[in-house]
Structures are given as C-alpha cells and as structure tokens.
Design a protein around this ligand. Structure first.
Ligand SMILES: C[S@@+](CC[C@H](N)C(=O)[O-])C[C@H]1O[C@@H](n2cnc3c(N)ncnc32)[C@H](O)[C@@H]1O
Length: 421
C-alpha cells in the first residue's frame, strides 16, 4: 500500500495544471485508486468531475472514463484536459487569433478607428463589469473572445483556447480586479497599471502547449475514450451495472461556492459554455454543498436520515446552535444520499467506488462526513472495504472551512474504498 501523502511529488504533470480548480484532487491519489481497483480497458466514472483529474489519469492509464459535473465551466476544463491535441494545430490557431487581436488593438489606438473594430471591441453588458474589469482589460478580452470564436479551427482547439482565456481570469493573479479568484470569496484588488491581456494570453497558451505535449507524450494507450458531460450526480444517465470503478471527491457541506468562484469568467464565455450569465447565477442553489437557498419552517430531521446514527447526532447538535446550518447540512446529506443510490446502481457487482472526503466543522460542530458516507454506502449495498487517511499538506488544499475551533487545521482527509456486494 503506497503512502497516500505524496509529499514533495509534482502534482502539475501532463495537463493537470492546465487550469486551476478549487479542491482539486492530487493526481497521485487518483492514480493510486485506478491502479489498485481497476485494470486497463475498465470503465471509470466520476459523477462530480470538477477540473477533470479522474479523466486525465484514466486516459494516461488506459481506462475509458466518463465524467459529469453540474458546472459548465468544469465540464469544459475536464474535457480539454483529457483530450490529446497535436501542438501544430494549437500553434496555428493560436498565432492566427493573436495576430488578429493585436491588429485590432493597434487599430483602436488610431484617431479614427474602423467602426467594425470599435463594434467588436464593445464588451458585453453585465452587472458590475466595470468594477471587476478595467476598460482596457474588458476591451482586450472582448476582442480575444471574438477571434477565438470566429477563426476557423477544430472545435477541440477552440475549446483549448477558451480554457486559456478562462485561466486569465480565474487565477491567483487575474486580469480582473481580483485576487485568488479560484476560491469562492474574491478579494477586490485594483491593478495599479492595466495588465497586458495579450502578453498574459501568449505566455499562458505557451505553458499550456508544453503541458499538452507532455500529456500526449505520456499518453501511450490508444483507443481510450474519455467524455465529460454536464450533468447532475443526483440523477445520472448512466446504464445500470455498467461501471467498474467510481472515483470521486464530492464537495463538502457549505464549503466552496463553485458558481461564485467561476462567475467572473462566465459572462465572457456564454457561447462556449451554452449558458447565459443570468442563467448561470440561477444554477448556484442546485450545487451540492452550497450555502445558497431559502428554507422555510422549523428544523426537523428528515425521515430518510433518521436511520444514520452519525447524521442524526450531527444534525441534532447543529439544530441547537444554528437551525439554518442544520437545514443546510441536512440538504447536503440528502443530496449525497441520492448520489450514493446512483453510484450503487451504475456500479457492476464486485466493482469499487472510491470517495475522497475531509470532515469539516460547521458552527463549531464536528461533521464526520466520512462516517455518514460509510453509513449511507452500507444501506445501498456498498460495503466499506478500507478506510485510508491521508494528510493534506499542500497549502492549496487547506481551505477556510477546514479550520477547527481556534484556527487549528483539519488536515486529515479520508479515502473510503467501497465495494458493491
Ligand atoms: C471537489 S470538486 C471535484 C474536484 C475534482 N475531483 C478535481 O480533481 O478537480 C466537486 C465538484 O462537484 C461539482 N458538483 C456540485 N454539485 C454537483 C451536482 N449536483 N452534480 C454534479 N456535480 C456537482 C462541483 O461543481 C465541483 O466541480
């Protein structure tokens, strides 16, 4: 059994670093799960695929894989990261797009720029646009988005360039007036000088090209099929008994608000994401683990959860300190119960499900989510075969909700190995 802490190991190999993603799984952990509990040619499912770590590793290890996520940006990132692309086709499209944007930017500096260029450099309207983006930045992003969409190229290459575009905004150092954007609470931070969007785009794409070359190089198994879809893990459209291994790291209760984390990129990308900004914002309350939504009436423990000892005791304690948080946590448990029924249905008998989760603290009440999950799994025929722990020591993965009382870190993550009997 390998040490699951992976101290000092590189987590950004191949396409894993193509785009940041909050609470991304270390690729080595996925690799461990796939290597121990599946074989080449098996079919893997990640029902909450996020930034696509499961898909990339499946591809590298010669397993077919399918990923779902409720978030359209997650799906785009996961798809691009797990789709091998030749450098030549990326380079051709990238040079074309860059030269067209630069020509337009030069035109705009003239005293009387062509009206067609002025028109296509007019940014989309959205709430607080000028608060989050300086006018020069908005203009360059608008032109970049325009040419990524208009230049003739294969869809997979266009999607690659869209991921580069998104990573200009959703990054620790963003071109938006914000810092550390990938985490859900953005900190407003105005650039002293407008950032050079095109210079950043070029260096981003060049780095991503290197990463893609490494992915293609490592990806020696032919005929592997990976797919990323938009979908809800609570109602998966996957054939019963068709999956050999599920690997997933679900969101935690009331932790990261993914739709808020992504909202600065979405208004520029509604075409490729297939969703308008307004509709995207409405999706927020349907993400598992979100704090959003309204609850009416008094709190009572839902009858579907009464049979789980741990869930029952956590909810009773929470109800004493904060009925709202009891309701939020209850909704989370009910959602995850639905996910477990789906996992149990799609897994073949004897197949495994690996679920990675960190316990949390909500309103100073300890929430041992891993124990609740093992109780749920048992009900649906998923026997807990092993329960591994690992220490989260990468700084990136220490998130605010992992702080216990008095700021002590919760740094133990659980890797639950279920087997369907
Ligand atoms: C912790 S992240 C997964 C990270 C992923 N393992 C990786 O390495 O990038 C959890 C994901 O669950 C997704 N999610 C939340 N609610 C969902 C739902 N109802 N159906 C599918 N995905 C959902 C979020 O959008 C987020 O991408």
């Amino acid at each position: 059994m390998p040490d699951l802490n992976f101290d000092g190991q590189r987590t950004w190999y191949a396409t894993h670093g193509l785009h940041s993603y909050a609470a991304k799984c270390p690729p080595q952990l996925v690799r461990f799960g796939l290597s121990y509990y599946s074989k080449p040619g098996d079919r893997i499912l990640d029902p909450m695929v996020g930034g696509g770590t499961t898909l990339v590793e499946s591809c590298l290890l010669g397993r077919d894989a399918i990923g779902y996520d409720i978030d359209p940006l997650a799906r785009l990132i996961a798809k691009v990261k797990s789709y091998p692309l030749s450098d030549t086709v990326i380079e051709r499209a990238f040079l074309k797009v860059s030269s067209l944007v630069e020509a337009d930017l030069a035109e705009l500096k003239k005293q009387a720029p062509a009206s067609s260029v002025v028109k296509r450099a007019t940014p989309p309207e959205f709430h607080n646009r000028d608060y989050w983006f300086l006018p020069e930045v908005s203009q360059a992003l608008t032109l970049l988005a325009y040419h990524i969409e208009q230049v003739e190229m294969r869809r997979s290459v266009r999607e690659f360039l869209w991921v580069a575009f998104s990573s200009l905004i959703l990054a620790r150092t963003s071109v938006a007036n914000a810092r550390d954007v990938i985490h859900s609470r953005h900190h407003y931070w105005e650039h002293p000088e407008p950032p050079d969007v095109m210079a950043k785009f070029k260096s981003r794409v060049n780095l991503m090209r290197q990463q893609m070359r490494e992915f293609v190089e490592k990806n020696r198994v032919e005929d592997v099929v990976t797919r990323a879809h938009i979908g809800d893990a609570r109602c998966l459209r996957v054939r019963s008994e068709s999956i050999d291994l599920v690997f997933t790291s679900p969101p935690y209760a009331t932790a990261i608000d993914y739709s808020r984390a992504h909202f600065l990129a979405v208004p520029w990308m509604s075409g490729v994401l297939g969703v308008t900004f307004d509709k995207y914002l409405l999706l927020g309350p349907s993400y598992i683990g979100t704090e959003r939504g309204r609850f009416r009436g008094d709190f009572t423990i839902h009858q579907k959860l009464r049979r789980y000892e741990t869930a029952h005791s956590v909810l009773s304690r929470l109800a004493e300190t904060s009925p709202r948080h009891a309701k939020l946590t209850q909704r989370y448990f009910l959602d995850m119960q639905q996910v477990f029924t789906r996992i149990a249905r799609v897994l073949r008998t004897g197949g495994h499900a690996i679920v990675v989760v960190c316990p949390s603290h909500i309103r100073k009440v300890a929430v041992p989510t891993h124990t609740v999950f093992t109780e749920m799994g048992k009900e649906f025929g998923l026997r807990t075969k092993k329960l591994h722990t690992r220490t989260i020591n990468e700084r990136r993965r220490i998130l605010p909700y992992m702080l216990e009382e008095f700021g002590k870190r919760m740094d133990t993550e659980y890797v639950i190995i279920f087997q369907k009997s």
